[in-house]
Design a protein around this ligand. Structure first.
Ligand code: COA
Length: 163
């Protein structure tokens, strides 16, 4: 039988428990989820693409249905290369909607056979973003429970070397 593959794209600088929740729920719908880490992000990243990928890999070590990969260029071209039927995006609040609608419409125009699926973020993760996590951690705030353990460790190490 044909595998149903979804791409979950993003910059993941770093992955948060919000992203983790979206990946776990996608696994209930799809046979395999490819987490596509964007190589050249416009925002200046704290972690390079290898570190960002490693943190996702460490988080899903026990889940063989999650593949962590990197990509650059058009998302839909990458999705087609991977044989994906869907792109998964998480919506946290109404503020995410407009940007996501724009992207999904453009992606549908470019590749009508790849469907964008939106999953609502859980309430407890709705306020998390990677930037907020980095800011809170840099100012000495506690991010325990908001990011996977491997991210917590790397975040502390990265911020200590920056000081
Ligand atoms: N829980 C917690 N945080 C979440 C989240 C969730 N469920 N979903 C999104 N976020 C946060 C991210 O942490 C990130 O936070 P930050 O801005 O503080 O770093 C923010 O929301 C943006 O999300 P992200 O998934 O990282 O998206 P992005 O805007 O960086 O990347 C791509 C979006 C990769 C899908 C888009 O840029 C893309 O497709 N690029 C490829 C080029 C292309 O095809 N362009 C044409 C598109 S039509």
């Amino acid at each position: 039988m044909l595998e149903r593959i979804a791409i979950y794209p993003g910059s993941f600088d770093p992955i948060t428990n919000g992203h983790v929740g979206i990946i776990q729920r996608s696994l209930r719908i799809f046979d395999r989820v490819v987490v596509g880490v964007l190589r050249n992000i416009s925002k200046k990243p704290l972690f390079n693409v290898e570190e960002r990928s490693a943190m996702i890999q460490e988080t899903f070590l026990d889940e063989p249905r999650v593949e962590v990969d990197t990509f650059e260029g058009l998302l839909v071209t990458y999705a087609e290369q991977k044989g994906a039927v869907a792109i998964v995006r998480g919506l946290r609040a109404i503020a995410d909607f407009e940007y996501e609608l724009q992207m999904s419409n453009m992606n549908r125009r470019l590749a009508p056979e790849v469907t964008t699926i939106f999953l609502m973020a859980e309430d407890r993760h709705a306020y998390i973003s990677s930037s907020l996590i980095k800011e809170v951690a840099a100012l000495g705030g506690d991010v325990h429970g908001l990011v996977p353990p491997s991210v917590e460790h790397r975040l502390m190490a990265a911020l200590q070397t920056k000081r």
